[in-house]
Design a protein around this ligand. Structure first.
Ligand code: SF4
Length: 388
C-alpha cells in the first residue's frame, strides 16, 4: 500500500549493565564502534525505505537497549535520512528512550538539537533501595535531576515507573504515584513488575530468593493507579500508559491501532503492507547481515488474514477506546473475529462494554486482559453462499 502513514522504530541494543528483570533485546559490550553502527542502521533504514515508497512519516521512536547512549550525531543522521526517504508530517513525533544517569543527561541538549522532540525517561522508582533492587545504574537524586533537565530541553517528556515490587503497599505506592503526578509531566508509563522467563529475577524466584507480590495485592495497586491517575486528569489510554488528552504517544498508538511501522536495528519487529519483519537479535549477527545483504532482516513473512485479524483485536483491546470487532471482521473478510455470546456474558459480568460492534474493557476487565482474550478471540470464516 502506498501513500499511507508510517511509524519508524529504531532499536539501539546496548546498555551499560543488564537489569535483572529485563527481557528486552539489550546487550553489554566493552566497546561500541559508533561509526560502524551509524552506517549499519542507515543501510537497514534505506532498505525499508525502498520497500515502503511514498509514505508519510508520523513518528520515529528510538528504543532499546539504551538509545541515550547513542552519539547525538548518529541520532541526527538517522532522523535526517528518515525524513529524506519519506515526507515527514509537520508535527512528526520523535521520541528517544533515556536512562537518567548523569552522563546521559549531559547529552539531552544535543539530543534535542538533533531533532528529538519527546523524551521517555526510565526513572522506574524514586526510592534508592528499590532502584538497587531493580539493578538500576542511577540514584533517585540523579533521576530527579535528569527529569528537570529533560523538561527544560524537550517539548514533551514522559517517564516510566515500575510498581508492585515485593513489599509494595497501597500506602507506599500512593505516596510515590502522588509525587509522580506532581512533577508536571503529561505522560506516564506505569508498569507492574512481572517476572519474565530467562531473567535473573526468574532464577531468583525459582530459588525462593525473591517472592513476587501476590496477585490480589497487585490488582489492588492497579485499581489505585487507575483511580489516582483519572482524578489527576491522566487516565490510562492503554493498559499501562497514561496521558493528558492529546499527549498520548502517537508512535505507540500506531502499534495499537494496527498501522504500518518499519522496524530497523537488532531484534526490531516491523509490519509493512501485510508482511511481518524481524531483524537479527544479536548485534554481531545484525551487523554481518547488513554487510552481506544490505539489511538486518532475519525473517520476513506474509501475515495470514487470521493472524492479522487476531493481532488487530489483541492490540486494540489494550486501548481505553477499545476496538471495532465488526470492522476487523469486515476488513479481513470474516463473519466475525469474536465469540459474541461470550462477549455478551463478559459485558453482563462487568468486564467488557459493548457499543454496536465496538468492544472495550472495563477497569475490572483490564486486570484480566489475557484471560478475556482467550475467552473471546474466535475467527469465524464467512459462510459460503450455496447455489441451489
Ligand atoms: S536499561 Fe532498560 S533495556 Fe537496558 S537492561 Fe535495563 S531494563 Fe533492559
Amino acid at each position: 500500500m502506498n501513500g499511507g502513514s508510517l511509524a519508524l522504530y529504531v532499536h539501539w541494543p546496548f546498555c551499560v549493565s543488564k537489569c535483572p528483570y529485563c527481557d528486552f533485546n539489550s546487550h553489554v559490550r566493552s566497546s561500541i564502534d559508533q561509526d560502524e553502527w551509524r552506517e549499519a542502521l542507515l543501510a537497514d533504514l534505506a532498505h525499508e525505505a525502498r520497500l515502503l515508497p511514498d509514505r508519510r512519516l508520523t513518528s520515529i521512536f528510538f528504543g532499546g537497549g539504551t538509545p541515550s547512549l547513542m552519539e547525538p550525531a548518529t541520532v541526527e543522521a538517522i532522523i535526517g535520512a528518515a525524513t529524506s526517504h519519506w515526507s515527514a508530517a509537520p508535527d512528526v513525533e520523535i521520541t528517544l528512550e533515556a536512562n537518567p544517569n548523569s552522563v546521559e543527561a549531559a547529552r539531552f541538549a544535543d539530543l534535542s538539537a538533533s531533532g528529538v522532540n519527546r523524551l521517555s525517561l526510565g526513572l522506574q522508582s524514586f526510592d534508592d533501595e528499590a532502584l538497587r533492587f531493580l539493578g538500576r545504574a542511577h540514584s533517585s537524586r540523579e533521576g530527579f535531576r535528569a527529569l528537570e533537565i529533560a523538561q527544560r530541553k524537550f517539548r514533551r517528556v514522559s517517564f516510566d515507573l515500575i510498581y508492585a515490587l515485593p513489599g509494595d503497599s497501597e500506602a507506599s505506592w500512593s505516596a510515590t504515584l502522588g509525587q509522580a503526578l506532581a512533577l508536571g509531566t503529561t505522560h506516564l508509563s506505569l508498569y507492574q513488575l512481572t517476572i519474565e522467563p530467562g531473567t535473573r529475577f526468574a532464577t531468583m524466584a525459582a530459588r525462593g530468593e525473591l517472592e513476587p507480590l501476590d496477585a490480589d495485592a497487585a490488582a489492588a495497586l492497579y485499581e489505585l493507579t487507575d483511580a489516582m491517575t483519572s482524578n489527576a486528569g491522566m487516565p490510562a489510554y492503554e493498559i499501562s500508559n497514561h496521558a493528558r488528552r492529546g499527549q498520548e504517544s502517537r508512535h505507540n498508538l500506531t502499534y495499537w491501532r494496527y498501522g504500518d511501522y518499519a522496524g530497523v536495528g537488532p531484534g526490531a519487529h516491523g509490519r509493512r503492507g501485510g508482511m511481518r519483519t524481524e531483524r537479527h537479535r544479536k548485534p554481531e549477527n545484525f551487523l554481518s547481515g547488513v554487510s552481506r545483504h544490505g539489511h538486518g532482516i532475519a525473517e520476513e513473512a506474509p501475515l495470514s488474514t487470521v493472524e492479522a485479524a487476531d493481532e488487530m483485536l489483541v492490540m486494540g483491546l489494550r486501548l481505553r477506546e477499545g476496538v471495532d470487532a465488526g470492522a476487523i471482521a469486515e476488513r479481513f473478510g470474516f463473519d466475525s473475529v469474536v465469540d459474541w455470546d461470550r462477549v455478551g456474558r463478559l459485558a453482563r459480568s462487568g468486564h467488557l462494554e459493548c457499543d454496536a460492534s465496538r468492544i472495550k474493557l472495563t477497569a475490572a476487565g483490564r486486570l484480566l486482559l489475557d484471560h478475556i482474550l482467550g475467552q473471546i478471540a474466535a475467527v469465524q470464516p464467512r459462510a459460503l453462499a450455496v447455489a441451489s
